[in-house]
Design a protein around this ligand. Structure first.
Ligand SMILES: [Zn+2]
Length: 303
C-alpha cells in the first residue's frame, strides 16, 4: 500500500509524542519500556533519506495527502474543493500536498486541474481513511472565555471573519515544506481532539500545543509574510504568517508580538513570545498550520 512505511513511522512518532502527554494515563512507564525498542528498530530500518522527508503523508481527516504529479517541468494548476492546492518538488518528484479537513468523511476524493497552457482536465483520485480522535476535558477558570457575554459577540464575530480571511489567504510563491519547530518544548500531540470546556462541547483542537514557559521566543517555521495579528478574544495575541501557496501558520496566546502587519519574515526569525493570553489553562504555544483553507496536523511537517 502506498505510503505504508510512512504510516508506520507516523504511528511510532505519534506514540512517542503521546507518551509525554500527562493527560494520557495509558502510557505508563511500564508500557514505555515495551514501546521504546520498537521505535529504535523502526528508526534503524528507515533509510536516512526517509527520516528527513517531510511532510509525512496521513490520509485521514486532519492529515495531508501527497499526490504524485509526475516527473515533469510543467506548471500545474490543481484545486481541491475549489481551493488551489500547494504544489512543490519533493526530491525529484512534483507533488501536490493537499490539506484534509477534520470534518471530511472517509471515502474517495480527487484533486482536479490542468497543466499550464493545456486545456485537458486532469483528475487525481485518493482515499481518505477514518480516524477517531480522543476527547479532552478542559477546565477554564475564566468562564467568560467559554460562555461569552452577549456584549462580546460583536467582537467575536468580527474576529472570526478576520481569522477566516487569513486562513484562506493564497499567494503564489515557492514554498518550503520542511518546517522548523517554532519553540523547543514538548509537543502534546493534541491536534484534532474533541474538546469539552467547562462541561460544554466546543470545536476540535485545530493545532498543536507546545509546552513552554511565558516569554520563550517563538520562531517562524518557514519564510513568509505577516498577514494578520492582534489581541483576539479566544486566541489572545495572535500572528498569522503566509508561507505561500495556501500554507498558513497561526500562533496564539502570545505574551508579546514582535512583528508588524505586512512584514517579511525569514525562517527562524522571532515573531513573538510564548504567553497565556485568551482561552488557556496556562502558558503554551498554540500553532495551527493551514493548507488549502483548512487546518492540518503541524507535526506532519516537522522532521
Ligand atoms: Zn491549542
Amino acid at each position: 500500500m502506498n505510503g505504508n512505511i510512512y504510516q508506520k513511522f507516523e504511528f511510532y512518532v505519534r506514540v512517542s509524542i503521546t507518551m509525554y502527554n500527562p493527560d494520557d494515563l495509558e502510557f505508563t512507564p511500564a508500557r514505555m519500556h515495551k514501546i521504546f525498542p520498537s521505535i529504535l528498530l523502526i528508526l534503524i530500518l528507515l533509510p536516512a533519506g526517509m527520516l528527513l522527508a517531510a511532510p509525512i503523508q496521513s490520509m485521514v481527516p486532519g492529515g495531508v495527502a501527497i499526490i504524485e504529479l509526475g516527473n515533469v517541468d510543467k506548471t500545474p494548476h490543481f484545486k481541491f474543493r475549489n481551493k488551489p492546492v500547494l504544489v512543490t518538488h519533493l526530491n525529484d518528484r512534483l507533488v501536490a500536498i493537499v490539506g484534509l479537513a477534520l470534518n471530511l468523511r472517509p471515502g474517495d476524493y480527487f484533486i482536479s486541474g490542468h497543466w499550464d497552457n493545456e486545456s485537458a482536465l486532469l483528475k487525481k483520485f485518493f482515499t481518505i481513511n477514518d480516524k477517531q480522535y480522543s476527547t479532552q476535558h478542559i477546565n477554564i477558570e475564566d468562564d467568560r472565555k467559554v460562555n461569552p457575554y452577549a456584549s462580546d459577540m460583536d467582537r467575536i464575530l468580527t474576529e472570526q471573519k478576520r481569522q477566516n480571511r487569513a486562513k484562506n489567504h493564497y499567494s503564489n510563491k515557492a514554498v518550503d515544506v520542511d518546517l522548523l519547530q517554532p519553540v523547543a518544548g514538548i509537543m502534546t500531540g493534541s491536534f484534532g481532539r474533541r474538546r469539552i470546556f467547562n462541561g460544554q462541547s466546543r470545536r476540535p483542537h485545530s493545532g498543536m500545543d507546545i509546552a513552554a514557559n511565558e516569554g520563550v521566543p517563538v520562531a517562524a517555521p518557514a519564510n513568509g509574510t505577516v498577514i494578520e495579528l492582534g489581541d483576539f478574544f479566544f486566541s489572545g495575541n495572535l500572528v498569522y504568517i503566509d508561507h505561500g501557496q495556501g500554507m498558513i501558520s497561526m500562533f496564539a496566546h502570545l505574551s508579546e508580538i514582535d512583528v508588524e502587519l505586512g512584514q517579511q519574515i525569514e525562517k527562524g526569525q522571532i515573531i513573538g513570545k510564548v504567553g497565556a493570553t485568551g482561552r488557556v489553562t496556562g502558558p503554551h504555544l498554540h500553532w495551527s498550520l493551514g493548507l488549502n483553507g483548512t487546518w492540518v496536523d503541524p507535526s506532519l511537517f516537522l522532521p
